[in-house]
Write a protein that binds this ligand. Structure first.
Ligand SMILES: Nc1ncnc2c1ncn2[C@@H]1O[C@H](COP(=O)(O)OP(=O)(O)OP(=O)(O)O)[C@@H](O)[C@H]1O
Ligand SMILES: [Mg+2]
Length: 390
């Protein structure tokens, strides 16, 4: 039976001089849960992780692991007593030690300090099973320079797992690997986490990694939590444009509320009247202006026929990418062009007159004022130049 290893972060704060790196973070992670901290560079991900690991003292707040306060007012438990395993972006392996010695290093140190029971043989056994976990059995006698980047990162993972930590912390562990390897490692990490039942905090700025690895994602912006929830929820019901764009390309379509109860119905600025979803707790009055988030694959597009119920537009760009075609379409009545993704073998040419279809139920209201569109420059993912496959 694995020990209880839930993790409670309450009012966590870190200030460096004048800058606040982490602002009032509250997060309760269940034992065995996989949490991904997702956010752009500088939003406080590493700082949060370092405070959980014990490499950094919080300015305020409290961290509790498995019922024991490890950081808080008057309390600071050093890293080696927190029972956490850490994997960094740089593998940080000892070059002069074999794979097995790298993995077993922490155990050997504990045995010397007499904080670990059992002899050399038991260490060798644990190292062996950790190497099996990351599918490196048989490579224990090699040196790091005799391994590929992906294999070296697996060694770092085995080294973190071998001590049977309560919490596994990973800071962008896959960013040095190529795309294909990242996919493999993503799956491997998720499987190891599920099978071992270890509580995990995984840091990334890659939305695909976040979606693939998380039970819940924490979307961070400038040290502040924007939204916490399962991947599907953040993708489908983002609270604001920042969260929407953190999880993938999105359109923000101005609209006017027609009715709020029992169902929310809006008139899009394209003229279409549709039912839409709303974040919990949000209320608006009829005739208020709002913003509706619609993901590119949720918008239909077809050659223009005369049809008063649908919105007209013109194809500005069409990029055939094999699996799908990406369109940028100027739509009558909308201030910004709309991104549409479709699976088709016969893309429409630029300049084609089209009809754009947004069905009831696919849009989600964003809890931001409608004039936010004009007030802020488009965030990452909104530019035409960022038309990309992933
Ligand atoms: N030791 C430090 N002294 C002063 N400022 C720091 C220190 N460590 C981090 N910061 C600042 O705190 C903020 C958050 O940094 P952090 O490393 O946590 O970001 P991050 O989300 O991990 O970014 P990245 O994705 O680039 O790794 C940044 O503005 C950074 O400059
Ligand atoms: Mg970082």
């Amino acid at each position: 039976m694995r020990r209880l290893s839930d993790l409670k972060i309450e009012g966590l704060q870190k200030v460096f001089g004048e800058a606040t790196a982490v602002r009032d973070l509250d997060l309760h992670i269940e034992s065995g849960e996989s949490i991904v901290l997702l956010g752009p560079s500088g939003c406080g991900k590493t700082t949060t992780l370092r405070m959980v690991a014990g490499f950094e003292r919080p300015t305020g707040g409290r961290i509790t692991i498995g019922g024991t306060v490890v950081a808080g007012p008057g309390v600071f438990v050093p890293p080696d007593q927190r029972e956490v395993g850490v994997v960094f972006q740089s593998y940080a392996l000892w070059p002069h030690m074999t794979v097995a010695d790298n993995v077993g290093f922490g155990l050997t140190v504990r045995r010397r300090r007499k904080t670990l029971e059992g002899g050399r043989a038991s260490i060798a056994g644990r190292v062996q099973s950790a190497l099996e976990q990351v599918q490196l059995d048989g490579l224990g006698s090699r040196y790091p320079h005799e391994l590929s980047g992906g294999q070296q990162q697996r060694v770092a993972l085995a080294r973190a797992l071998v001590t049977e930590p309560r919490v596994l912390l990973l800071d962008e562990p896959l960013s040095n690997l190529d795309t294909r390897l990242r996919e493999d490692m993503r799956l491997a990490i998720r499987n190891i986490q599920r099978e071992s039942g270890v509580t995990m905090i995984y840091i990334t700025h890659d939305r695909i990694e976040a979606l693939a690895l998380a039970d819940r994602i924490v979307a961070l912006k400038a040290g502040e939590t924007q939204q916490i929830g399962p991947p599907e929820q953040l993708y489908q019901n983002p609270r604001n444009r920042f969260v929407a764009l953190s999880l993938g390309p999105a359109n923000f379509i101005p609209a006017t509320v027609q009715s709020w109860a029992p169902d929310v119905v809006v008139r899009l600025d394209t003229g279409q009247v549709v039912g839409i979803n709303t974040p919990p707790g949000m209320t608006r009055r009829p005739s208020e202006k709002v913003l509706v988030c619609v993901r590119p694959p949720d918008i239909g597009i077809e050659r223009r026929k005369d049809d008063a119920e649908t919105a007209g537009g013109t194809v500005r760009e069409a990029v055939f990418l094999g699996d799908e075609t990406h369109y940028i379409v100027d739509v009558d009545g909308l201030p910004d062009p709309v991104r549409i993704v479709q699976r088709t073998l016969r893309p429409m040419d630029r300049g084609t007159q089209v009809t754009v279809l947004i069905d009831s139920g696919v849009g989600n209201l964003i809890d931001e004022p409608a004039d936010a569109l004009a007030a802020q420059p488009p965030a990452e993912g909104a530019q035409l130049s960022s038309l990309s496959v992933s």
